[in-house]
Write a protein that binds this ligand. Structure first.
Ligand code: GLU
Length: 551
């Protein structure tokens, strides 16, 4: 009877029972094997690429199995909350091709029958379960102050005892119910703790869908379940939410693995079936030969916003993440070059158990491949969509020269070896700037790249002659090159490498120097697509004026 009174004093506003909620949120009617997975971020404003990684795994597994993928906002730590973060998360996930079947759809809106999907709106639910635990003698109020807890911790450390609130150190566990009631009525501050039934000498066996079989000692800490602000801790909310939302698979970062003894215990104490767990390896980075976590502070690529800012197509990032999830993705992609990535079957058991290595070089390769396969019109559209937000100058230049820009993006597209110039939209400017006088004319002589074997003076001499002799409308790349060779030969450049090697003193240089001079005059760069094509896109007038300005 007095436990009941204690529960009422702790949670006077709670009239419902756990059964009410268990009925309200019934088992989902889904086909056998359907995965109910979720993305459960805290709205702190910073989105780590690891979050997209976790969300993607959940989303793929749910969609593949005709299950449900939902968004739950974990905002019980209200100090860390940042305005607009929920909307930002939703927009980001959508941008990465992930759509939620249920959950928050905005700061104040949601869809689905298993809500509210925002933890701060679920206080009554958590309190109902906490109240029930108190009634059953499985949870109790703790009045220890932070100072008292610190003193105990120090003593434990000094005596080499596992720190924390357990065994003889869990002093409030042994308060009589009457004493506890008296202290609450006197206005003492409290939190609510679980009365852990665990024994550190027993082991719990567990199967993790990524890590495999694991065993660990039972939890014997009387963990906090309700904080002084009346909101639950992550542990308690996780158990209640995932049970009531009927989550089948809790797929989350491996930083939670060490909390598993607590979570398993909570599910048991609350009488819930345990979900399947899969703990995702942390994304690591190779930093001068040693592996470390991708860090929010040190690595720009840790932030999801980075990929948008520098202009990686989100699909490229997704494909890259799929590569990390299952290393078989690469072969699958090679065998199915045009298939939508959604068709790739993600398998948790094929995932590497240890740190997934994030490799920007590999991301660039994946992205280059993807952009290379896009039609010129799509490259154009995607580029201007990016440039509009991140490079206004390029946006204006490219959109006011739409047909030329599309021709530029079309260079080599249909050839047997299409160029893989762009990994991200930020790269485009440096690769195409020379088509635009506005950018080209800003260059100075120092920017001019020439073959190592050619001086600027010699290049100017070549162009001086070439500009007068070349035929703009010559008809084909082959004819253009023949003419270049003729003019080069007249100028004293050799068209045969062997011959040149044998008698270098007879020549000013190789024909490649002549091409290098033309390339420099038109583009200032030494590595460009085919020159004949560049000239055709620039048009006769621009080509001639470039030659003139060069000399
Ligand atoms: N809010 C937790 C986090 O952001 C969620 C972990 C989970 O998926 O359960 O780390």
């Amino acid at each position: 009877m007095s436990l009941e009174k204690l529960a009422d004093i702790l949670f006077p506003e709670i009239g419902k029972t756990p059964e009410y909620y268990l009925e309200k949120y019934p088992k989902r009617n889904l086909k056998e094997g359907a995965v109910v997975g979720r993305y459960a971020p805290s709205p702190t404003g910073f989105q780590h690429i690891g979050g997209v990684f976790a969300a993607l795994i959940n989303e793929r597994l749910a969609k593949q199995s005709e299950g449900i993928f939902f968004l739950r906002i974990e905002d019980t730590d209200q100090k860390r909350e940042v305005e607009g973060a929920i909307e930002d998360t939703i927009a980001t996930m959508k941008n990465f091709g992930m759509n939620f079947d249920e959950g928050m759809t905005g700061e104040h809106s949601e869809i689905g029958n298993y809500g509210p999907y925002r933890q701060s709106l679920r206080k009554e639910i958590y309190s109902t379960f906490a109240k029930d635990l108190v009634k059953r003698g499985l949870a109790y109020p703790c009045f220890c102050t932070p100072e008292e807890l610190n003193a105990v911790r120090e003593k434990q450390m000094a005596e080499k005892i596992t720190p924390g609130y357990h065994g003889e150190f869990a002093t409030c566990r042994n308060l009589s119910t009457e004493e506890a009631i008296k202290r609450i009525e006197a206005g003492d501050k409290y939190i609510v703790r679980l009365k852990s039934p665990g024994n550190i000498n027993n082991r719990v066996e567990f199967h993790d869908l990524i890590k495999g079989d694991i065993s660990f000692p039972e939890n014997d800490q009387d963990i906090v379940i309700v904080k002084s602000d009346g909101l639950p801790t992550y542990h308690f909310a996780h158990a209640i939410d995932d049970a009531l939302m009927r989550t089948t698979h809790v797929i989350r970062g491996e930083e939670w693995l060490s909390s598993l003894p607590i979570h398993v215990q909570l599910f048991d104490v609350l009488g819930f079936d345990r979900p399947n767990y899969a703990h995702i390896p942390t994304i690591m980075k190779n930093d001068n030969g040693s592996k470390r976590k991708l860090s929010k502070r040190k690595d720009a690529e840790a932030a999801v916003s980075y990929y948008r800012e520098v202009g990686y197509p989100t699909e490229a990032v997704v494909e890259y993440l799929l590569n990390i999830i299952n290393s078989t993705y690469e072969d699958w992609r090679a065998e199915n070059p045009t298939t939508d990535y959604h068709e790739f079957p993600v398998a948790l058991e094929k995932m590497s158990k240890s740190g997934a290595l994030f490799d920007i070089v590999k991301l660039n390769d994946v992205s280059k491949e993807l952009i290379c396969k896009m039609k010129a019109d799509k490259v154009y559209e995607s580029y201007i969509a990016w440039a509009k937000d991140f490079d206004k100058e390029m946006y204006d230049l490219v959109t006011s020269n739409e047909s030329m820009s599309k021709e530029i993006f079309n260079i080599d597209k249909d050839g047997p070896k299409p160029r893989k110039d762009f990994a991200k939209w930020e790269d485009v400017k440096e690769k195409i700037f020379y088509f635009f006088d506005e950018l080209f004319n800003k260059e100075s002589d120092e920017n001019i790249e020439l073959p190592k074997t050619l001086s600027l003076e010699a290049a100017k001499e070549i162009i001086n002659v070439y500009a007068d002799k070349f035929t703009f409308n010559i008809g084909s790349q082959e004819d253009w090159f023949e003419e270049l060779k003729e003019i080069g030969t007249e100028l004293g450049y050799c068209t045969n490498r062997k011959e040149f090697k044998a008698n270098p003193e007879n020549y000013k240089g190789m024909i490649s120097d002549v091409a290098g001079a033309v390339r420099a005059a038109l583009t200032h760069r030494s590595n460009t697509p085919d020159l004949y094509t560049i000239m055709q896109i620039m048009g006769e007038e621009k080509v001639k004026s470039r030659f003139k300005n060069f000399i």
